[in-house]
Design a protein around this ligand. Structure first.
Ligand SMILES: [Zn+2]
Length: 246
């Protein structure tokens, strides 16, 4: 047999295959290492994401109460602003028509024209039920206030539109005050005084069933002859004194 046409060097030699470890599609051991590295990297990234989410949730849990507190504080300020506007309107209306002072259960209707069509101010932003035409109660005797009454209560956060205090008995107030008081702001209620300042008060600190609070905050100087029958000294509530609800 003539092998003269067979290329030199190819005679009797084995076919040349590439090194399986260098060029096989799956790459052998180096490819496996790369996959492991990819898994580790993915795990690290995944762990980082989880850690980020955990930290974010913790921060959120820490921040939410602070945000809620800030919003509640803003509502308290807004409520005070509403009371300030209502007090201003009440004062203007009484100055404009002294012979017909704003009083009674329809006082909010009388102040309507002074609100330029806005009814928003009649409601406390923390009064979510809004069962009444207004979230604020007007001291039924506020229309009797005069110069000596600067630190007496005109209106406040309350569940009824009118607050009957002067001339009442302890029994009457014990059935109304604990039920109608409305400490909507951090267990306090905003109170508008006759000199125009607004201050949050704990209900117990202005409770008219106490003789001294009745005289100090509720009864006009001109009505000094009208007692609250059966009032008690502050700090000494009798056993029949209903406990104020928050
Ligand atoms: Zn309020």
């Amino acid at each position: 047999m003539d092998n003269s046409n067979v290329p030199a060097g190819s005679q009797g030699s084995q076919p040349q295959f590439p090194n399986r470890g260098d060029a096989s599609p799956n790459g052998g051991q180096p490819q496996k290492s790369s996959s492991i590295n990819g898994c580790v990297l993915a795990a690290l990234i995944g762990g980082g994401v989880v850690m980020f989410l955990v930290v974010a949730l913790i921060l959120l849990a820490l921040l939410l109460p602070a945000v809620g507190m800030a919003r509640a504080r803003a509502r308290q300020v807004q409520c005070a602003d509403h009371q300030r506007q209502l007090f201003t309107a009440w004062s203007r209306a009484n100055s404009r028509d002294p012979s017909h002072p704003v009083r009674g259960s329809q006082w909010n209707v009388r102040l309507g024209p002074y609100m330029e069509g806005s009814t928003k101010v009649f409601h406390c932003p923390d009064d979510v039920q809004r069962t009444q035409a207004t979230s604020y109660g007007l001291n039924a005797r506020a229309w009797r206030f005069s110069a000596p009454d600067t630190n007496r209560i005109v209106l406040l956060d309350y569940k009824d539109v009118e607050i009957q205090v002067v001339g009442q008995t302890l029994a009457q107030l014990s059935s109304s005050w604990p039920m109608q008081q409305a400490p909507r702001h951090f267990l306090k209620e905003n109170v508008a005084f006759y000199d125009g300042h607004i201050t949050p008060y704990e209900c117990d600190k202005i409770d008219p069933r106490f003789c001294d609070y009745y005289v100090r905050y509720w009864r006009p100087a001109r009505d000094s002859n009208i007692p609250l029958t059966g009032c008690v000294n502050s700090g000494e509530p009798p056993s029949s004194f209903p406990k104020s609800s928050p």
